[in-house]
Design a protein around this ligand. Sequence first.
Ligand code: PEP
Ligand code: MN
Length: 342
Amino acid sequence: MLIILQSDVSESQVEHVLARVAELGFKAHLSRGTYRTIIGLIGDEQKISPEPLKAIPGVQDVVRVLPPYKLASREAHPQPSVVDVAGVKIGGGHLAMIAGPCAVEEPDRMDRIAEAVKAAGANIFRGGAYKPRTSPYAFQGLGEEGLKILREVGDKHGLPVVTEVMDPRCVPAVEKWADMIQIGARNMQNFVLLTEVGRTRKPVLLKRGMSATVEDLLMSAEYILSQGNSQVVLCERGVKGFDKVTRNLYDVASVAVVKGLSHLPIIVDPSHATGRPDLIPPCALAGVAVGADGVHIEVHDCPEVAKSDGPQALLPRQYAETVAQIRKLAELLGKSISTVSK
Ligand code: PEP
Ligand code: MN
C-alpha cells in the first residue's frame, strides 16, 4: 500500500503518519521526491483497509498495490481451481452445461425438461424453488416442495442439481436437497447469506450483481472462501445497461478479466444477460470463446406457460443445437463438456 502525502504536508504530519503506520504493525519506506512525499507500507496490506489512513491529516491518497481479495486472487492460487459438483468438474478445461427451467414446476414437466437437456448434453440440472421476483404478486416458487421435485428429477436422470437460496434461514434445506447452491444477482452482496453458504461445504454458484463491478464480485466470493468453502464458481449474467434491446448488458469481456485476476472458475448465463432466445446461442459461444468454464441456459418445453422467464427460454431442440455448437468450439480450444458420473 502506498500513502501519498499532500504537497504542503508538514514535518510533524509526516511523523504522525509514520507513527500510525507503526501502530498498525507495518514497516514504512519513506520516499521524498521533488513534488511529493510517498510512504510505502511493508507488510500484509490485505489485512487492513485504506479508508482510515485516508483520514489522517496530510494524506492525499492511499493506493493499494495488491487486490483487496486475497483467497480469490491469482497470486494466492496460480493454478485454475476445479470445482466438483457431485462428480461434474467445472474449470481447468472442464465445461459445465447447466440447463433447466427458471422455476421448478410440476414434476411431469420437470421430468420432460430434464430428459431433454440431458440428451442434449447438459451435465447439471437447474430450477428455482425460491424465486426473487420484482412483484410480490408474481409466482414466488414452490419452496421446499420444489427442492424435493428438483432432487427427485435430478436423481432419476443422473444429473446433479443447482438451485437458488435467497434467505439464510433456507440454507440448511437447500444444502440438504441440492448439489450446488446458487446465489442470485440480487443477493450477490447479501453478506449474511454469503457467510452462511460459506459455512457449508457445498459448491456455490455466485452470480454477478446487476450493478456490481468485477471487484465487487470477487469480494463477494472472498466472503464465501473466507469461511472455508473453496468451492466457488462465478457467473457473468449481464449488468444494467441503458439500452432496452437486451434485458441486461452482457459483459462478456469481464470473463477474460476475471480469468486474469482469479483462479476461480467462471461461467456465463446468456439467458439472463440477453433475455432473448435468438441471442442466447451466439452469446453462449462468445462466452466460451473468451474463456468461460461453462454455460448456464434456461430451457422450457412450453415457454408460453412457463411460471417465470418464459420469453427467454430456449426450446429443448434449440438447446441441443446450441450445445452441439459449444462442443465443436470446446474441441477447438482443447476443452470438453464434463460428463456426468452419477
Ligand atoms: C435465475 O437464475 O433464475 C435468476 C433469477 O438469475 P439472476 O439472479 O442472474 O437474475
Ligand atoms: Mn430466470
